[in-house]
Design a protein around this ligand. Structure first.
Ligand SMILES: Cc1cc2nc3c(=O)[nH]c(=O)nc-3n(C[C@H](O)[C@H](O)[C@H](O)COP(=O)(O)O)c2cc1C
Length: 498
């Protein structure tokens, strides 16, 4: 192929030049010929890709087709059940809800309802018309003096930096319109977070962004300043996230703009490292004492911790420490191993941590065993898209749920899988102003509020269909799972957690 390319490129160039002697306009053909010739010769001589060096230009075309295969796949090839991490059916649910459409579906289910592992809600022959009570829960245990009444669905942590300014503004305004909260992620509280009137959960990560001194240590003064705004309703200490538990991160220099640096309390233009572990604590007791300190500094606001479950014994240790110290966390946010990230390392994205369907019942049970369940609220995240996804996690023990990627989809994310390249085509996960302009804050804030409202309303309908009068009556016995071709178990029975 190399020989053919060398011969072909010389002949094609000479042929066009010869033709131009008799027909001047033929020179225009070089517009098509020269890119192939120049790129091909570059690949041949200096290319770093094996296939492209052997098959100049055409090898590169093939690489491009592989890299961008999701575009034709999503546009024409996929059936409704395909698409990863989210299928066409799942993305359609979000799209319908953002457009305020009814979400009705013709003809019947497109899912494999008879497959082993499929789950459903056991409805009642005696459904109720409407359930009682608001779909909210109180965030704040015995040590908290300013509890927060939270929606059962909030926006999961995504920092300004992983999302662009318009995306954060639209989420903030959407949360304000819909009466729910937006987690700042570990990048600090930016002006964009405060712009739309939504409630905020301030996340304190290992980089202590927004609450650090010049050396990257926790600073009580900087923390007090960050939480001084009334919209900060709670504080979440990030221990780990499902997509990359136990791994730190780096903010590349080119992403460290003046605005990002201001929100994070760092100097612009330099790469900044977030370590894997916190400097402020290295034991359950240390975590609880740090949480108590943040509670005091924030005037008594709820303080919790976010983690993806790894070693089960560490959950026991945490429960024991809460009992021994009398300093229970106000909430625990449990993230699923199949959760999202702006940029993750594939070993960690795929093979570290426990998924939420196993982690949530485990932690729920351990807290109950230690007599802590009424003090510590449980928030769960991991691929919450539909109202059933929410009901499922509430039934498994959650008081509320967070969603990151469904909210991104409500903002217009098309699952292009470019969050780590700053080239997100929908302008959601990029800082490039020329791409951010695609995301119109007014439209998308309404879309986010619509998605939230329809999803929470859907929960009401599902709980009523189960014949329950209140959300609090929902538990794992309301759900069924097909565990074999002809075997069914309640979710309580089917989940074998240590
Ligand atoms: C673009 C992006 C940025 C994220 N940034 C953070 C972060 O700063 N802190 C954090 O704890 N989790 C972060 N996450 C994880 C989410 O908060 C959430 O836990 C996870 O995606 C699971 O929720 P989902 O399945 O609804 O997306 C991020 C996720 C995404 C997609």
């Amino acid at each position: 192929m190399r020989r053919e390319f060398i011969f072909g490129s010389i002949v094609a160039t000479l042929a066009v030049l010869a033709l131009s002697v008799v027909w001047r306009d033929a020179l225009w053909l070089l517009v098509f010929v020269m890119p192939v010739v120049l790129i091909g010769w570059y690949d041949l001589l200096w290319g770093r890709n094996n296939v492209a060096r052997n098959y100049p230009f055409f090898g590169r075309l093939k690489e491009l087709a592989v890299e961008e295969r999701h575009i034709p796949q999503q546009a024409v090839i996929q059936n409704s059940r395909e698409g990863r991490p989210f299928s066409v059916v799942q993305r359609q649910i979000v799209a319908d809800r953002t457009r305020d459409e009814s979400g009705t579906q013709p003809y019947g289910s497109e899912l494999e309802l008879r497959a082993t592992g499929s789950e459903w809600l056991a409805h009642s022959a005696y459904p109720v018309d409407e359930i009682e009570g608001a779909l909210t829960f109180e965030l704040g245990g015995p040590r908290c003096t300013v509890p927060y009444t939270s929606s059962i669905l909030n926006v999961s942590a995504m920092s300004f930096g992983s999302l662009g300014p318009n995306a954060i503004r639209a989420l903030s305004r959407g949360a304000g319109l819909g009466g729910f909260a937006l987690n700042t992620g570990e990048g600090g509280v930016s002006e964009h977070h405060k712009s739309g009137g939504g409630d905020l959960i301030y996340q304190v990560g290992t980089g202590y962004f927004g609450c650090r001194d010049e050396d990257g240590n926790f600073s009580a003064d900087a923390f007090s300043e960050s939480v001084a705004t009334e919209s900060v309703r709670a504080i979440e200490i990030k221990i780990s996230q499902g997509a990359k538990p136990g791994l730190g991160g780096i903010l590349p220099a080119e992403k460290n703009t003046d605005e990002i640096a201001e929100a994070r309390g760092i100097s612009p233009g330099e790469a900044v490292h977030s370590p894997a572990a916190h400097k402020e604590f290295s034991s359950p007791r240390g975590l609880l004492e740090f949480a108590e300190r943040l509670r005091d500094l924030s005037g008594g606001r709820p303080v919790g911790a976010k983690l993806c479950v790894g070693r089960e014994s560490e959950i026991d240790d945490l429960c024991e420490a809460m009992v021994e110290t009398g300093l229970p966390l106000d909430f625990l946010t449990l993230d699923s191993a199949d959760g999202g990230t702006g940029a993750g390392v594939s070993d960690f994205v795929n093979w570290v941590g426990c998924t939420i369907d196993l982690a949530l019942p485990l932690v729920h049970r351990k807290l109950s065993d230690h007599g802590l369940r009424s003090d510590v609220r449980l928030v769960a995240s991991g691929k919450v898209i539909s109202s059933f996804d929410l009901v499922r996690l509430l039934a498994l023990g959650a008081d509320g749920c967070n969603s990151a990627r469904a909210m991104m989809q409500a903002l217009g994310c098309v699952q292009a899988l470019k969050c780590n390249t700053n080239t997100c085509p929908s302008g959601v996960a990029t800082l490039d102003p020329s791409l951010n302009r695609g995301l119109v804050v007014g439209d998308k804030s309404q879309a986010v509020a619509n998605y939230h409202r329809h999803t929470v309303e859907g929960v009401k309908k599902l709980v009523a269909a189960a014949g329950l009068e209140r959300l609090g009556q929902l538990d794992a016995s309301c759900l069924r799972r097909r565990v074999g071709l002809t075997q069914v178990a309640t979710l309580t029975e089917s989940l074998q957690t240590r």
